[in-house]
Design a protein around this ligand. Structure first.
Ligand code: HEM
Ligand code: HEM
Length: 186
């Protein structure tokens, strides 16, 4: 079996991966920061508006990423990756795909549970389509909370694994998801 150390993800996969990664990490931080603000804080309203707008942006990007994953499959694992690591990495990727869809949907459910639309950067509104419900709101808040902080833990593990493979095992894992700067060196 040929080694896949020289194989790389497609440019579209890389752009989508890093855009979504930046947004998800930023949104987890922003969500964590904004829920502790009080009404008198000047960021109270704008932080939530930005959170909702950026959060809704994740949804079409995640749709494109998932569609693209079928059209442009990931390169084969490097030969030195152990079987259990392949299973762990693939499962983590699948759960992350799930998170990038379900977290924005639960956020949308919180924000529209009283019947109001979500404004995206004041450019356009996404209408409320779910039934108005206090129960649905409570469930959506719980799910949004646990899924977001669950995603934070998973992203930390995913990042540490990528760094360990790149810099300790030197198998080029991170380079496959990046542009050519270090791929030629590993
Ligand atoms: C700084 C943070 C991150 C780093 C360093 C990183 C790094 C990587 C690397 C190196 C790969 C390729 C793994 C391989 O070839 O086996 C990868 C794949 C992947 N990452 Fe990340 N990642 C980060 C954040 C995220 C975030 C926040 C998400 C989504 C919530 C995410 C979702 C994925 C998915 C779904 C794949 C599989 C891609 C595919 O098979 O097409 N990553 N990541
Ligand atoms: C990938 C996308 C998203 C991530 C990672 C994310 C993450 C988070 C986090 C970490 C919190 C803080 C939870 C807490 O500590 O209580 C939060 C709160 C919140 N998010 Fe998101 N969010 C995303 C998308 C959205 C979207 C699309 C909306 C609405 C359209 C939204 C609406 C809200 C609301 C209303 C809260 C406050 C909930 C409360 O009052 O407890 N989020 N989000």
């Amino acid at each position: 079996m040929p080694t896949s150390a020289g194989q790389t993800y497609s440019a579209t996969t890389k752009v989508l991966h890093w855009l979504i990664a930046l947004l998800m990490i930023g949104l987890i931080w922003l969500g964590w920061y904004m829920v502790d603000l009080t009404y008198f804080d000047k960021w109270y309203n704008s932080s939530l508006a930005i959170h909702k707008s950026l959060g809704m942006l994740v949804l079409p990007l995640a749709g494109a990423k998932i569609l693209w994953a079928f059209l442009s499959p990931a390169p084969a694992f490097v030969d030195t990756i152990k079987p259990w690591e392949r299973v762990a990495a693939t499962s983590t990727h699948h759960v992350l795909y799930f998170m990038m869809v379900v977290i924005p949907v639960t956020g949308y459910a919180i924000s529209t549970s009283a019947g109001s639309a979500v404004s995206v950067f004041d450019l356009f509104d996404i209408p409320a389509v779910l039934p108005e419900s206090e129960g649905l709101r409570d469930l959506a808040v719980e799910l949004h909370y646990y899924l977001s902080y669950g995603a934070a833990m998973l992203v930390a593990i995913h990042t540490l694994a990528a760094l360990k493979h790149q810099f300790i095992e030197k198998d080029g894992t991170l380079s496959r998801m990046w542009w050519s700067w270090s791929r030629s060196k590993v």
